[in-house]
Design a protein around this ligand. Structure first.
Ligand code: NDP
Length: 249
């Protein structure tokens, strides 16, 4: 495909887990993918796996002041950004009374502030072309109360609120903004959170009508749908990809 016509996506945290699955889906659909993460080796392995349409850019998204420069260097190198997937995130599982202000701040900085700042910078360049797609990744932690994930819940709830706030401001100028809320998905992050916690594991399965964990590829399919023309009249939605977990009793 002609590189001028080819879409370019920036996927934060695209080097592993759900982000990597999103990149795999996008590459299969001939979308060029710029993967952002801190770990250069992880990014190298991911781009080797994905092939010539994938490029790793090593950057710590909590360095907010560097984000305008990051976005303009991506624009310069690849011509345009059509899709932004705010997927990077960190988890912290701890009783709330033991969470320090520093720990809380670190989770919020990564999972919330970086989503805002990246979206703002990318929206600026998308607005010049009056087209673009931003997809945020939230979590079941913002659909109902989950114990021991106070900072993560705060940040993911903010991501869902920001999705709606961004959608009303940006959709009139051609930028759709949507959010995917994955349920319990089989990745390193979730097996870390579920491992050694049989009670939590039992709860997860008992309230998931489909009775299993989801796969990163299933999340990626939903993200691709929201990034594609098949969803051209959809903006501001939070789409659970959770086997019914959010409505399960
Ligand atoms: P992973 O830990 O596999 O992926 C997280 C990615 O984020 C990594 O590639 C990591 O790269 C990147 N990242 C983290 N911090 C930074 C940072 N400061 N700067 C740049 N990149 C960063 O987790 P998952 O794939 O499971 O999670 C992906 C998203 O899905 C997250 O937002 C998570 O909250 C969400 N989610 C996951 C669920 C699950 O069950 N797995 C359920 C619900 C939501 P590096 O280490 O190289 O920086």
């Amino acid at each position: 495909m002609n590189h001028q016509k080819m879409k370019t996506a920036v996927i934060t945290g695209g080097g592993s887990g759900i982000g990597l699955a999103i990149a795999e889906k996008f590459v299969k659909e001939q979308i060029r993918c710029i993967l952002i993460g801190r770990d250069k080796d992880k990014l190298q392995k991911a781009s080797d796996l994905l092939g010539p349409l994938a490029f790793g850019v090593s950057f710590d998204l909590t360095g907010l002041s560097g984000l305008p420069g990051l976005v303009s260097s991506i624009e310069k190198e690849y011509g345009k950004i059509d899709i932004l997937v705010n997927n990077a995130g960190i988890h912290l599982k701890k009783p709330l009374m033991e969470v320090s202000d520093e720990e809380f701040q670190k989770v919020v900085m990564t999972n919330q502030n970086a989503v805002f700042s990246m979206s703002r910078e990318v929206a600026k360049v998308m607005s010049t072309r009056k087209s673009g797609n931003i997809i945020n990744i939230s979590s079941m932690a913002s659909q109902y109360g989950l114990p021991y994930v106070i900072a993560y819940t705060a940040a993911k709830s903010a991501v869902e609120g920001m999705t709606r706030a961004m959608a009303v401001e940006l959709s009139p100028i051609g930028i759709r903004v949507n959010c995917v809320a994955p349920g319990f998905i089989q990745t390193e992050m979730s097996s870390g959170a579920l491992k050694n916690d049989p009670e939590r594991q039992r709860k997860v399965f008992s309230r998931t009508p489909m009775g299993r964990l989801g796969t990163p590829a299933e999340v990626a399919d939903a993200v691709y749908f929201l990034a594609s023309e098949s969803s051209s009249f959809i903006t501001g939605v939070i789409l659970p990809v959770d086997g019914g977990n959010s409505i399960g009793f």
